[in-house]
Design a protein around this ligand. Structure first.
Ligand SMILES: *Cc1c(COP(=O)(O)O)cnc(C)c1O
Length: 431
């Protein structure tokens, strides 16, 4: 399968190159050269297929003959060995739980898929890739977990001091082996700045073979299509229109949903639900794309004001009116989000996390004017990852899952940093 850059479509690369590079040489995002619809009989009979068979059918055209059927099925099996349950919340409102993976957030699927693909491509070489990742919490945890012990990879995580939750920090700093954590005296943007600078630093690149594992990598982006197929498989309702509400930050997850629709999955509408970082809702209202300074919120994995993947969504829908026809977007402030956490607990005895709560709010807003739809919101993280906000709001103590209990007892290991030069010196003396 070939990928082109969204900046200049002339030069094509294969899947392996797209995964290893992350970003095209001209700085553009990679996009599949061709997208072929799936067979109708397959889509109408999803309930007769296992999740692994569905995932294989969905992803295989994006990989082509670069990984054979057996090996690709193994990669998929390693990626999705957990459940994706669809839970009834209210009439016509369902939650697709994406947090049953090892780090309790949906990013496990993309991170594990990418790690397995890189491990596969590295099998025959002795080169070591250094995977650099800046994180506001969830990405780094998923990447660390996915890449732990993967051949030919060293992972370096940069996270902002005092800005990730306790559970997240434990997930970032207790892995050891090929995973190293740097605690940066600064914000997430400072971490991202260092990573970006590292990629343009020739000396570092020559020495370390840098790769990025952030959400624009095609191997992290595309497997997210699976969620939408798994949801429809469990829905078992014909002749109703279907809307997905996706809590969105960098817009990778919802963009994968749009590709699933292109493949023929019966989705009628998307709602991109955001927190106070409302660049896209404002854009859809005004046609004016005007990112502002990022605002910190309780749904911190969505604190993004200039979503990288939006350009891919525009590529999928081509013109503004076509986009508006099947795409709505709403923004909600933290006070509304916490109110939703409370009311859903009271009325449905269901505990949302702050990200899922934003998704729920967007869905309710859409359904208020579109009662002929059945709605699914994506619940992207386990509430325990944000237990301070949830326990405060609901006045209860959340049960700690076993996997978290284990790491809470482990010692955090990290190195403190405050400047790019410090970072560079540490990297050059690495391993
Ligand atoms: C990353 C993340 C999001 C945002 O997903 P995007 O693909 O960046 O839009 C939402 N919820 C949680 C819990 C996340 O970790």
């Amino acid at each position: 399968m070939f990928y082109r850059s969204l900046k200049s479509s002339s030069k094509l690369v294969n899947f392996e190159e797209a995964v290893k590079k992350g970003l095209a040489e001209d700085g553009g995002l990679f996009f599949p050269k061709k997208i072929k619809k799936l067979k109708k009989e397959f889509i109408e009979n999803l309930e007769n297929f296992s999740n692994i068979d569905i995932a294989y059918e969905v992803i295989k055209q994006f990989i082509g003959d670069e990984i054979n059927e057996n090996d690709l099925k193994n990669i998929i099996t390693n990626t999705i060995d957990f459940d994706f349950p669809l839970i009834d919340i209210e009439k016509n409102v369902k939650s697709l739980e994406l947090f049953h993976g090892p780090t309790l957030a949906f990013k496990d699927v993309g991170a594990r898929f990418m790690a397995n693909c890189l491990g596969y491509f590295n099998k025959k070489s002795n080169k070591i890739n250094t995977v650099l990742v800046a994180t506001s919490g969830d990405t780094g945890a998923a990447v660390a977990n996915g890449f732990l012990d993967v051949k030919g990879t060293n992972v370096v995580i940069l996270y902002p001091k005092n800005m990730v939750s306790e559970v997240q920090e434990k997930q970032l700093t207790t892995n050891k082996k090929n995973i190293t954590a740097f605690r940066v005296d600064g914000t997430f943007d400072d971490c991202q700045q260092m990573v970006k600078k590292a990629f343009t630093d020739k000396e570092l690149n020559n020495e370390l073979n840098l790769t990025s594992a952030n959400s624009i990598n095609v191997a992290r982006w595309l497997p997210q299509m699976f969620y939408y197929f798994f949801a429809i498989k469990q829905l078992k309702i014909n002749n109703k229109k279907i809307v997905f509400s996706v809590p969105s930050g960098n817009f990778g997850n919802i963009c994968a949903g749009a590709i699933a629709m292109k493949l023929g999955l019966p989705i009628d509408q998307f709602v991109a639900s955001t927190n106070s970082n409302d660049t896209i809702p404002r854009y859809l209202n005004s046609k004016n794309y005007n990112p502002k300074k990022t605002i910190p919120t309780i749904s911190n994995a969505m604190d993004v004001s200039n979503p990288s993947n939006f350009i891919r969504i525009e590529e999928i829908f081509q013109d503004f009116n076509e986009l508006k026809n099947c795409f709505s977007s709403y923004s909600f402030r933290d006070d509304k989000t916490l109110k939703a956490v409370k009311s859903v607990y009271k009325n449905s005895n269901y505990i949302l996390d702050p990200h899922g709560a934003v998704g729920y709010l967007g869905l309710k807003k859409f359904l208020a004017n579109n009662s002929d739809f059945i709605g699914i919101f994506l619940e992207t993280a386990h509430p325990i990852k944000f237990s301070n906000h949830i326990e405060n709001e609901l006045k209860l103590k959340l049960k700690i899952p076993q996997s978290i209990n284990k790491i809470l007892k482990k010692e955090k290991i990290f190195t403190d940093l405050s400047s790019y030069n410090e970072f560079k010196n540490l990297m050059l003396n690495f391993g």
